[in-house]
Design a protein around this ligand. Sequence first.
Ligand SMILES: *[C@@H]1O[C@H](CO)[C@@H](O)[C@H](O)[C@H]1NC(C)=O
Ligand SMILES: *[C@@H]1O[C@H](CO)[C@@H](O)[C@H](O)[C@H]1NC(C)=O
Ligand SMILES: *[C@@H]1O[C@H](CO)[C@@H](O)[C@H](O)[C@H]1NC(C)=O
Length: 293
Amino acid sequence: MRQRGLILAAFISLALFLLFIFISFNAHLLKSPLLLSIAPQEPSSAPPQFSLLIGILTRADKYDRRHFLRLVYGIQSSPVAHIDVKFIFCNLTKPEQRVLVALEILRFEDVIILNCMENMNSGKTYTYFSSLPQILRRQYDYVMKADDDVFIRLAPLALSLQPLPRLDLYYGFVIPCASTNPFVEYMSGMGFVLSWDLVEWIAESDIPGNDTFGPEDKLVGKWLNMGNKAKNRFSNKPAMYDYPGTNGRCSHELIPETVAVHRLKRWDQWSNVLHFFNVTHRLKHYPEFRNIL
Ligand SMILES: *[C@@H]1O[C@H](CO)[C@@H](O)[C@H](O)[C@H]1NC(C)=O
Ligand SMILES: *[C@@H]1O[C@H](CO)[C@@H](O)[C@H](O)[C@H]1NC(C)=O
Ligand SMILES: *[C@@H]1O[C@H](CO)[C@@H](O)[C@H](O)[C@H]1NC(C)=O
């Protein structure tokens, strides 16, 4: 009788012990973002050194483009930077957008809708930068404005920003095409980066606020000059350029050290670029796909 009692007690203790292990393991799982994360992060022990928001200016109706760009950026990452990619557009205008864009927001949380009407040269870039300090729940070290026809390689971009100042920085591809002086004249709209202090300055200063109509990317350069801002400028040529043959001296052949290729209008251009940069290379580890590569 006594022996049975002992065995029963032992069983109960063992069961309680296992239950305890089970609960603490699950609690650990729930708390650990690492274990739950399915983001394709490269294994890296060092924490990111800086943060970057890439805002891709597009229009609400361009569902297919966003779907494609989510693939292009979803499979990239950089160990040195925390990078968020968001799609930026103005107010929705059609009934179906309210449902279709809502679906995207629920699924991806990567859409920012600005208080503006879709426009060329009447202030979308100003609205973008000047709204961010209010809209965002967090601050970034850098904010980029990018077009939706540019391919950006996140790891080389982050590596090129890593040694640069975190303040008063204006980075991109300087226009005119032949210019190598980042102070003459302004950075191309394909993709340029501002440090967070300059984003805040755009939001607060009268200089941009009074001067929002006109060629948007050129205006950014003009504001910074008028405000005596962006003492740190960096034009990343030849790593940024237009697709070969599409834009005179702004174009050149694809090169391995590329950060961004612009003016990708057609599928064959996208495909050439993704192929050149080995974006789909890791598929070669799957024998069943070998014959399509
Ligand atoms: C954008 O939509 C908001 C909310 O519906 C509205 O208050 C605002 O006036 C709109 N802005 C423009 C520029 O149309
Ligand atoms: C901007 O416009 C306001 C109102 O018209 C004016 O008072 C202010 O001086 C202007 N600021 C600049 C920097 O031009
Ligand atoms: C792509 O992969 C090939 C074969 O491994 C290599 O020779 C080439 O340098 C890679 N291209 C780039 C841009 O990294």
